[in-house]
Design a protein around this ligand. Structure first.
Ligand code: ZN
Length: 319
C-alpha cells in the first residue's frame, strides 16, 4: 500500500507544480523576422491554392490563416531577446523529468481582429494559458499544455493564436509484433499463390509469343494476348538489385532488412527477401536459391537464400 500512496503523492505533487506555471509567460517580446510581405503571401497562396483576389494587388491583405507565419523563427530560430521564456523551458523540463518526454501538437485556434497588410511589423507575446490534469491517451499518459500568443502591430492586437501540445510518457511498446500484411490475392494472381501453396514458383507464359512475365498480369506486355499458361521456376537466380530498409519502420517488420530484386534464371525478376546472409552483405550479382518459408500460421512466402560462393568457402576454410 505504501507504494501506491507514494505514487499518488508524487502525482499530486507534479500536478500542483505544473499548475503553478499557468499565467506565466511562454514567449516575451517576440519580433517578427520579416514585416508582412507580398512574396510570402504569394508563396502561401500558391502552396494552398488560394486564388482569392483580396490577397493580390496594391490593396492586398495577408490571408488571416498566415498569422503564425509572421511569428515563426524559421530554421535559424529567433535570436536576441526574442524567444521562449525561462518559465516555459522549466515547464517542459519538469514534464520531461516526470517521464513525459514525448511531445505532439494537438490543435490550434486562431482569432483575427484586423487584417494584416504588407509592411506591418509584427510583435508578439505568449502566455502559458493552461496545463491540464494528467490525461490518458492512446499515445500515453500526459498533460495538455495550452499557450496563447497575442500578435500585435504597434499597440493593436491583430490576432491571437492558441496552440496546444500533449507532453506524454510514451505507452509501453507492444512486445509482440503485429502479423505481417497478407498478400493481396485477386483474380489475376490467384494462380501464383496457388503455386506457392504447393511449393512451386510459377511464372506466367504468354501462349501466343511465349514471353514470360512476373508479376502476374491479365495480358502479355509484349503482344497483348490474353491467353497464358505457366512454367515452374527452377529456383535459381541472382540478386539484380536490392535496398536495405532502415526507415520507416513498419510494425510487422524488424529493420534493418534487405529487400532483393531477384532475377530468376528464366529471366523474370521478383521482389523478395534475401535470407541466410546478414542484411549488409547482400550484393548485386549474388547467387540465390528459392525456398519457401513459413513466417506465420498460413503465411508461406517464396524467399531467396544466398548461395555459398567460392569466396565464402575459401574464407571459411582459411579460418
Ligand atoms: Zn505474348
Amino acid at each position: 500500500m505504501a507504494d501506491g500512496e507514494e505514487r499518488d503523492g508524487d502525482g499530486q505533487g507534479i500536478a500542483r507544480r505544473l499548475k503553478a506555471y499557468e499565467g506565466l509567460p511562454a514567449v516575451v517580446s517576440g519580433t517578427g523576422k520579416d514585416p508582412v510581405n507580398a512574396p510570402m503571401i504569394r508563396h502561401w497562396c500558391e502552396a494552398t491554392g488560394d486564388t482569392n483576389p483580396a490577397y493580390t494587388g496594391p490593396d492586398a491583405i495577408a490571408p488571416p490563416t498566415m498569422l503564425q507565419v509572421w511569428t515563426m523563427g524559421g530554421l535559424s530560430g529567433h535570436t536576441g531577446p526574442t524567444g521562449r521564456s525561462s518559465a516555459y523551458d522549466e515547464l517542459l523540463a519538469l514534464l520531461d523529468e516526470s517521464g513525459c518526454t514525448s511531445v505532439v501538437a494537438t490543435d490550434c485556434e486562431q482569432e483575427y481582429h484586423r487584417p494584416l497588410r504588407p509592411g506591418d511589423e509584427i510583435t508578439f507575446d505568449a502566455v502559458i494559458e493552461s496545463v491540464s490534469d494528467r490525461k490518458t491517451t492512446r499515445l500515453g499518459a500526459g498533460y495538455f499544455v495550452t499557450t496563447r500568443m497575442d500578435v500585435r502591430v504597434g499597440p493593436d492586437l491583430v490576432g491571437t493564436h492558441r496552440f496546444r501540445i500533449l507532453k506524454y510518457a510514451p505507452a509501453a511498446r507492444r512486445e509482440k509484433r503485429p502479423p505481417r500484411p497478407r498478400p493481396v490475392v485477386n483474380r489475376d494472381n490467384a494462380g501464383f499463390w496457388e503455386g506457392v501453396r504447393e511449393g512451386r514458383l510459377l511464372i506466367q507464359r504468354c501462349t501466343a509469343c511465349g514471353t514470360l512475365r512476373h508479376p502476374w498480369l491479365p495480358g502479355c506486355n509484349t503482344c497483348g494476348h490474353l491467353g497464358w499458361d505457366t512454367v515452374e521456376a527452377s529456383g535459381t537466380g541472382t540478386v539484380h538489385s536490392y535496398v536495405v530498409m532502415h526507415h520507416p519502420p513498419f510494425p510487422a517488420f524488424a529493420p534493418p532488412y534487405a529487400v532483393g530484386l531477384v532475377e530468376l534464371t528464366e529471366g523474370v525478376r521478383m521482389v523478395s527477401n534475401v535470407v541466410g546472409v546478414p542484411y549488409d552483405e547482400v550484393r548485386i550479382g549474388m547467387p540465390v536459391r528459392l525456398e519457401f518459408r513459413e513466417y506465420e500460421e498460413e503465411l508461406v512466402l517464396p524467399v531467396f537464400r544466398a548461395e555459398e560462393t567460392a569466396g565464402q568457402r575459401s574464407r571459411e576454410a582459411a579460418v
